[in-house]
Design a protein around this ligand. Sequence first.
Ligand code: 5GP
Length: 119
Amino acid sequence: MSYDKDNIFAKILRGEIPCDKVYEDDQILAFNDIGPQAPVHVLVIPKGAYVSQDDFNANASDAEIAGLWRAVSKIAGELGVAEPGYRTIQNTGSDGGQEVPHFHVHICGGRKLGRMIAP
Ligand code: 5GP
């Protein structure tokens, strides 16, 4: 699947659509999900054009991959969910429930989330 430069997160990265930003560095943008599923629900996205987790893992540089995951933990700490805990979700493709074709990590927390996601 080729990258759709008109996907909603690409528009957020270009500043064409606003977002409620919680973190930004040279490689990463993080913002509150527009339809939160938990008291804390943040989306962490790379600034590079990657369709999915698999595209990111295959084609991003080691620095981009390390930077994203270090940012996830940093953001979780800043949001106050590192303790007592939180969940990251990376939906991939159709069966995975991915709606936006720009790789993103969900950080969800702020309440007990249960063992897994409901169907
Ligand atoms: P996915 O199902 O692709 O893993 O998750 C996409 C997420 O993006 C959903 O949780 C949805 O609420 C969120 N989302 C979709 N459009 C927007 C938007 O315009 N702004 C923000 N902040 N979140 C969005």
